[in-house]
Design a binder for this molecule. Structure first.
Ligand SMILES: Nc1ncnc2c1ncn2[C@@H]1O[C@H](COP(=O)(O)OP(=O)(O)OP(=O)(O)O)[C@@H](O)[C@H]1O
Length: 257
């Protein structure tokens, strides 16, 4: 039986507080994530999926409720402090990497996340064989471009690099925010396959937002749906495996009625 790693208890998140434009985006949201959960996250546009990630990552402060990591509240920790245990990959390939630094330099930076250490050529050389092996696993030629500035990579290679950087120092929580959405269908599927392999091999705890019902069904051990700032559906294990696209479609149309 796996243990809870992250708990959201009665979380309320608002924007434009105390103004006429005040909006409550998360409405008494409760979610317990267990160690090793790979959760696919679905929901209509504007349902609150990114707000959930922003609240977990500390980009948006919560108004009430609590967020606990292994039983300790992190609700008041800064976004920067939360990067010690949390990594996030965004939809935009430009967001995860430093464009003028090479692939290898970016990876070296990711190995030092949270530490104050200078990056020297000696450090870089010591890691080259490891980086070659790591990138060759992505199956998209990234291993041939270790000395290329990331600004010159294809979107797919850059996104694969962002994913590797996010998982290099095993995070307690990995947030994938539609990380394959900007890629062409073939590249997107390739990154999804390698994403799944790495999450499974490293037993990472992951939440992945997607609009692809087939990916949401195929990957992960658990599926949640966010609707109007709350969790409206939560299935795991055999119940998730038995789900079909038709069931999910009908669920979405019921929500929109
Ligand atoms: N800082 C903000 N100020 C005002 N409104 C916001 C803010 N952030 C989000 N919203 C609104 O809150 C709602 C939820 O947004 P959120 O980005 O969480 O939705 P989402 O489920 O991720 O949607 P999508 O699938 O379109 O990415 C939307 O209506 C959005 O416009």
């Amino acid at each position: 039986m796996s243990k809870p790693i992250l708990e959201l208890r009665h979380v309320v998140t608002k924007v434009n507080r105390n103004t006429p434009e005040e909006l409550t985006l998360l409405k008494d949201l409760n979610l317990t994530i267990n160690e090793g959960d790979f959760i696919t996250v679905l929901g209509s546009n504007g349902a609150g999926k990114s707000t959930l990630f922003n609240s977990i990552a500390g980009n948006l402060p919560i108004d009430s409720g609590d967020i606990l990591l292994r039983g300790e509240s992190i609700a008041h920790e800064s976004e920067e402090r939360r990067t010690r245990f949390l990594s996030r990959v965004f939809q935009d390939p430009k967001l995860g990497t430093a464009p003028r630094m090479t692939v290898a330099e970016n990876l070296l930076l990711a190995t030092k996340r949270g530490e104050r250490r200078r990056l020297t050529p000696r450090h870089l050389n010591a890691h080259m064989a490891e980086f070659k092996k790591l990138t060759s696993g992505m199956g998209n030629g990234l291993d041939e471009r270790l000395t290329t500035p990331t600004g010159n990579l294809s979107g797919g290679q850059r996104q694969a690099l962002s994913f590797l950087m996010a998982t290099l120092r095993k995070p307690d929580i990995l947030l994938l925010d539609e990380h394959t959405a900007a890629l062409d269908p073939k590249t997107s599927q390739q990154l999804m396959t390698t994403t799944n392999e790495r999450i499974t091999a490293e037993n990472l705890t992951c939440l992945m937002i997607t609009h692809h019902l087939d990916d949401a069904l195929k990957y992960g051990n658990r599926l949640i749906v966010i609707g109007n700032g709350q969790i409206t559906f939560d299935v795991s294990g055999a119940e998730k495996q038995a789900l079909t696209q038709e069931t999910l479609y009908s669920f979405f149309s019921d929500l929109q009625d």
